[in-house]
Design a protein around this ligand. Structure first.
Ligand SMILES: NC(=O)c1ccc[n+]([C@@H]2O[C@H](COP(=O)([O-])OP(=O)(O)OC[C@H]3O[C@@H](n4cnc5c(N)ncnc54)[C@H](OP(=O)(O)O)[C@@H]3O)[C@@H](O)[C@H]2O)c1
Length: 278
């Protein structure tokens, strides 16, 4: 049985691809631009079906990224190719009060609806706040000035180790035991963002300063990759999470047989992006 991992160059897809290969499974990775010498097949999930047919030959299970755009053609091709189970990476934005009816939530829900309508067997993953967000959002300022700018530092999130998301996906793709319709994945505990920064500082061996931003400042300093409506919804969600503990589930341990890894464990193994240029 071959497993297709879409987005095999992505943060989560890459980890999953390597994990399945290490465990000796027959795995095929795809990317939208396949050239690169890494053996990936070309696949845009929103492209016409011939591309999908090639990528899906002999495939029984698929890890699906929540592509923006219609994935119905891909799902139809998956059914015709004999795919038995799809593991969809979604986001709590699909159901959270301040996000489900905004851009990010709607995009995730559209893929979920298409998957439900496809008739394929599936499990939707809802991972909490990815620990890798710290590197994506904070590495530059931590490396240069030792500060982290946050609009709602008392907001509570539950950081999840990206390897735990990959480990759960691997179990669901290779065995039937946990193939429920959805799995809400979290790290071990709810943390205020200020605490997350402190744990990062402890891992780096230096104290980091939190600079609290107003909503307006956060919007002004928006990263170019983050559309304004998405940031606006994220800020609403963060504001609503002030003083509200984030969910904690036992799904990672239940499915992988190992307790969920802590944010500190991730930070200790990922100091390099925060070390700056000097
Ligand atoms: N950040 C969080 O805290 C959090 C929490 C829960 C859920 N999520 C969700 O997790 C996802 C991000 O995961 P990540 O960190 O692994 O992201 P990432 O590193 O940015 O990777 C995204 C991947 O998606 C693939 N992709 C996008 N559109 C595609 C399309 N049309 N066809 C085929 N592949 C496509 C990309 O493929 P190419 O390499 O070919 O471009 C890329 O590999 C987002 O959907 C986000 O909403 C994030």
């Amino acid at each position: 049985m071959t497993i297709l991992v879409t987005g095999a160059r992505g943060n989560l897809g890459g980890r999953l691809f390597r994990l399945l290969a290490q465990r000796g499974h027959a795995v095929r990775g795809s990317a939208r631009a396949a050239a690169g010498g890494d053996g990936l097949v070309e696949l845009d999930l929103t492209a016409p079906a011939e591309q999908a047919e090639r990528a899906l030959r002999g495939v029984e299970a698929v890890f699906l990224y929540p592509a923006r755009g219609p994935v119905d053609g891909f799902l139809r091709a998956a059914g015709e190719a004999g795919v038995r189970h799809v593991v969809l990476l979604s986001s709590p934005a699909a159901y959270e009060a301040h996000e489900h009816d905004r851009a990010l939530g709607l995009a995730h829900r559209a893929v979920e609806r298409a998957l439900d309508a496809s008739g394929l067997g599936y499990t939707v993953l809802y991972p909490s706040w990815l620990a890798t967000n710290a590197a994506r959002d904070w590495a530059g300022s931590v490396g240069s000035t030792g500060t982290v700018e946050i609009a709602f530092p008392e907001a509570q999130f539950n950081p999840i180790h990206p390897d735990d998301v990959a480990a759960v996906a691997a179990e669901l793709l290779t065995g039937r035991a946990h193939r429920a319709r959805m799995q809400v994945l979290t790290g071990p505990r709810s943390m205020r963002l200020r605490e997350v920064v402190a744990e990062l500082g402890a891992a780096l061996g230096r104290e980091l300063r939190v600079e609290e931003l107003s909503r307006e400042q956060a919007l002004e300093r928006r990263a170019a990759w983050l559309p304004e409506p998405v940031l606006s919804a994220l800020l609403d969600a963060a504001e609503a999470a002030v003083g509200v503990p984030a969910p904690v589930t036992n799904a990672v341990e239940r499915i992988t047989g190992r307790p969920a890894r802590s944010f500190g464990e991730w930070a200790a193994a990922n100091r390099e992006p925060f070390e700056g240029l000097s």
